[in-house]
Design a protein around this ligand. Structure first.
Ligand code: MRU
Length: 361
């Protein structure tokens, strides 16, 4: 997508065995890029959420393996890099998917060729992610057209999304936001309500920034406001991304997604989940088995923002000493999901639907 008229991806190879990324912890206040030089840099970028979003976590891990192979191409180094990266974040299954793909690609190759192959495979993963997200956008666009066709002439299609499942969460386009961009670009009059997404505010900081940069009309709302807007018939459809979908169609996504799905069900609002097939965990048959990331209490107890002089500052928002719990994700049962939007099309949110589109799994 474009920032200031220039096309960006979220991750790109640089010269001399380095990888460029956008520092997402600084957005929307500053657009800064960073270079990753080592496996440890890549692991830190994922863990500290300098990069985040399930597909981008996978893409960064792939480049993390390439960076490790730059230094040491032995089997031991490959396994160690795989294990180090796997520990960074537990919920997004794209991380497992990308690491397995990299290790499978390199394992039986001569060590002398592994560095070049790793670099190439990581680039392929990124290129594929762009095409997959584009396809998700095109399939989702059909749903948006159908929804827009039910509105009166001139009326706005009202969309609600949670967290950030846009281009910043992927390599380009995004998953849940790809149909939004395509609908907007194709002339559908739409407006997006963006959940702020406490505690890290990916909605307010990243989704609103993305939509604003692309000229998509949007409004940031408090996480708890979505239910009210749905009851007031001010939401025509919800669309979110996901970090892991189990074989039965249960959906792990950013904490708060489940409550939106409940409110959508109660108000007959379609609730769509957009995902690349790399987000399906065929090894798990139910959402209860998805590991839920527990993050630092500081994310809840402190907030970072911009001061009037342009500097960034972090402030405490709770009484000193109050403990806080910070689960990063929740699980929405498949029965609350209207449909999945994947790179192969739209399907029912259940095992038959998924296997219909991905029969070889
Ligand atoms: O904790 P984050 O910011 O990595 O969480 C991101 C989300 O929950 C996204 O909705 C999800 O990864 C889908 S990204 C296309």
């Amino acid at each position: 997508m474009k920032i200031g008229g220039k096309h960006w991806r979220t991750i790109w190879p640089e010269d001399e065995g380095a990888v460029g990324i956008i520092d997402q912890t600084k957005l929307p206040h500053r657009f800064e890029t960073l270079s990753l030089h080592t496996l440890e840099d890549a692991a830190h970028a994922i863990k500290a959420m300098i990069v985040r979003g399930a597909p981008l976590i996978g893409a960064t891990a792939a480049y993390g393996i390439a960076l490790a192979m730059h230094k040491d191409t032995s089997d031991a180094a490959l396994d160690a890099a795989h294990d180090t990266l796997l520990e960074t974040r537990p919920t997004a299954v794209n991380l497992h998917w990308a690491l397995k793909r990299m290790r499978d690609r390199l394992r039986n190759q001569p060590p002398a060729e592994r560095a070049a192959l790793a670099w190439k495979e990581a680039a392929t993963i990124c290129d594929e992610d762009v095409e997959v997200c584009r396809a998700i956008g095109e399939h989702g666009l059909k749903l948006f057209r159908e929804a827009a066709a039910k509105k009166k002439p001139g009326e706005t299609l009202n969309v609600l999304t949670h967290c950030n499942a846009g281009w910043l969460a992927c390599v380009d386009w995004g998953t849940a936001l790809a149909p939004i961009y395509m609908a907007h670009d194709s002339g559908i009059k739409l407006h997006v309500r963006v959940d702020e997404t406490r505690p890290r505010n990916q909605g307010a900081s990243l989704t609103a920034y993305e939509l604003g940069s692309h000229g998509v009309p949007h409004t940031i709302i408090a996480d708890n406001a979505g239910g009210l807007y749905m009851r007031q018939k001010q939401v025509d459809l919800c669309i979110v991304g996901t970090d892991r979908v189990t074989a039965n169609g249960d959906v792990a996504n950013k904490i708060g997604t489940y409550l939106k799905a409940l409110a959508a069900k109660d108000n007959d609002v379609p609730f769509y989940v957009a995902l690349p097939s790399s987000t399906i965990d065929w090894n798990l048959s139910r959402g209860e088995d998805i590991p839920i990331e527990e993050r630092s209490a500081d994310e809840l107890l402190k907030m970072t923002g911009r001061l009037p002089d342009g500097g960034l500052a972090t402030v405490e928002i709770a009484a000193p000493g109050s403990p806080a719990a910070n689960p990063g994700f929740d699980v929405t049962p498949a029965r609350l999901v209207t449909a999945f939007v994947t790179e192969r099309g739209v399907c029912a949110a259940d095992e038959a639907g998924l296997r219909g589109l991905f029969p070889k799994q």
